[in-house]
Design a binder for this molecule. Sequence first.
Ligand code: MG
Ligand code: ZN
Length: 223
Amino acid sequence: MLMVQVRMESNLLGANELLARNNRRNFAQRRLLVINLMSSPGSGKTTILEKTIENLNGKIKLGVIEGDLYTDRDAQRIEQKGVKVVQINTEGACHLDAGMVGKAFHNLPDDPLDLLFIENVGNLVCPAEFDLGEDFKAVVISTTEGNDKPVKYPLIFREAKVILLNKIDLLPYTNFSLQQFREDLAQINPTAPVFLVSGRTGEGISEWNEWILGEVRSKRAES
Ligand code: MG
Ligand code: ZN
C-alpha cells in the first residue's frame, strides 16, 4: 500500500482552487468519475465503501484515496477488498485539500479506472469548503447522530449531490425523525437524492450502487 505523508500547510482557499482545477484536469484526462465522500467520524463511510466495492467490483474499475488523521486502518480494510488504494495522512489536519489529493492521485497506479472515491477526514465542517477537483460530493449521516445534523451543518448538506442515511437498521432504537430529516433537507437541498442504507446489513446499498453506475455512464457519455 502506498502512503503519502502530507504536512499541514496554511493553504488559502484561493490556492486550493488552483490545485483543484489542476486535479479536475488530470481526472478528466483519465476519464474517471470522482466522488468526495464526507461525513462525521463514525457515520460508516468506510463500511459503505466496502459494501459498494463488493457490489461494483467486476462491473467497473474502482480506486480509493483514503484520508485519515494518522492511521491507515481504513486503507487496509479497502485494500482487502482488492482495489487500489492510496492513503493520505493529514498529520492532524481536519480535512483534505486539493494539494494532498493531487499528490495521492499521482501515486495511484496508472491502470484505467472508472470511479475514484476520496474518503475525506471525518468532519462535517471544513471538508465542505475545500474543492478537491471531484465531480461531486456525497454526504453520509447515520441515524445514531440525530436528525438535526442538516440544520446544524447546512453547508455540507447543501453542497452534496447525493445524501446517504446510514444505519437505517438502527432507526427503531433511536429517536431519529425521518420525517423531520426530510422536511429539513427539502429546505436545505431539495434536489439531492437520499438513499436509506445500512452498511452493516447491506440494505439499500444496491439502489445506491445503481445510482452510481448511472453517474459513471453519464460521465463517460460526456467525455
Ligand atoms: Mg473511515
Ligand atoms: Zn479542517
